[in-house]
Design a protein around this ligand. Structure first.
Ligand SMILES: [Zn+2]
Length: 360
């Protein structure tokens, strides 16, 4: 049975902005559910409960409904055994490739509300995202969450880059070969990147991967910012200046990230935002702008990542409600457009590997 959804309000101006600049979300863990429970990315899902943590925030029909032009899917492995993480990541990439192939074979996704059947298209650089969007499709990008996915082998970076992965999150919820988490098993606040982690930064940049600072501890954050020659992401985060929490980046961290030309995706989890609803999301985005400038903020929902999304953003179809709230809060459309799309894509464009740029 389906429960009544929270009422959401979307203005015409917000809809128009999404048409002109289809949004980019830096992080959703939907592929984890595809692999575990056979969740179908192409079919519209109705949540069993209006707001819940378990799977069902993102699918192709609702991405389209929400004016989202590109979704980064997080590739997650849980380091329970020390070996075999790479295979777990490969299985999630296989899962996405199967969905993309089915989308192409059927001329789109099943259940698209308007029956136009726009496709889910695998994209691994800026040009591919633009092409997919120009054709009315949704670009699927991929990012790895936690360098334990490399199983200790830096050559895996090139392997994953070849498979289309575009960012590498250095940490997740436990210490790994590269560094230490902001929270979780093996946490050490006084240690930054390991020698393996420093090498990983260079190898990732050479392979055209954006490095992702989500989940890394504070010391590691500054190490990566100092080493990086390309813009960075922090794909899903809150900011401590808007709500003090171990999961949130402080002002000094935001300034260091902004100095790389990077972007930070605001997370949609009320426990990290310090409040429920759209207003706390707006507050965190405003603080990012105040501290790091208007080229810093982006979107990093963390949908399907075991979070209960904040009220008003309970699934991908609701995103224009946030756009409406940002415009009503007085942010110029030009800045809202940067939050929706331009900042995230600027970082991707700066990271595209030279070989693929030369080939297109
Ligand atoms: Zn995460």
């Amino acid at each position: 049975m389906a429960f009544r959804r929270d009422a959401i309000e979307i203005s015409d101006e917000a809809r128009a902005l999404h048409r002109e600049a289809p949004a980019v979300d830096l992080h959703a863990d939907t592929l984890m559910w595809s692999r575990w429970v056979g969740y179908d990315l192409l079919t519209r899902h109705e949540a069993m409960l209006p707001r819940h943590a378990f799977a069902g925030h993102v699918d192709l029909p609702r991405l389209r409904e929400g004016g989202i032009g590109a979704q980064y899917f997080g590739l997650v492995s849980l380091p329970v055994s020390h070996a075999g993480n790479r295979a777990v990541i490969d299985a999630q990439i296989d899962e996405l490739e199967r969905a993309v192939a089915r989308s192409a074979a059927t001329g789109g996704g099943g259940g698209a509300a308007d029956g136009r059947g726009a496709q889910l298209v695998k994209a691994d650089d800026l040009a591919a995202v633009e092409r997919a969007n120009a054709a009315g499709g949704v670009a699927a990008l991929m990012g790895i969450e936690g360098a334990h996915a490399l199983d200790g082998d830096l050559d895996a970076i090139e392997h994953f880059a070849r498979r289309g992965v575009r960012y590498l999150g250095i940490l997740h919820f436990s210490a790994n070969d590269a560094g230490f988490p902001a929270y979780g098993w093996g946490r050490r606040d006084d240690e930054g990147l390991t020698p393996f982690g420093r090498e990983l930064v260079h190898r990732s940049e050479d392979a055209g991967l954006v490095l992702d600072l989500a989940h890394i501890n504070r010391k590691g954050w500054f190490d990566v910012c100092a080493l990086a020659r390309r813009p960075l992401y922090c794909t899903h985060t809150g900011v401590a200046g808007a709500f003090r929490h171990w999961r949130n980046a402080d002002d000094e961290q935001l300034r260091a990230l902004a100095a790389t030309g990077g972007a930070a995706g605001v997370i949609f989890a009320p426990n990290f935002l310090g409040g429920d609803g759209l207003e706390p999301v707006v507050r965190h985005l405003r603080h990012m702008i105040d501290v790091g400038g208007e080229d810093l903020p982006a979107l990093g929902s963390d949908w399907d990542g075991m979070i209960v999304p904040t009220r008003g953003l309970h699934d991908a179809s609701c995103l224009p409600a946030l756009t409406t709230a940002l415009l009503r809060a007085g942010l110029p459309a030009r800045v809202v457009r940067k939050i929706l799309r331009d900042n995230a894509l600027r970082v991707l464009g700066a990271a595209s590997p030279r070989s693929s740029a030369a080939a297109t």
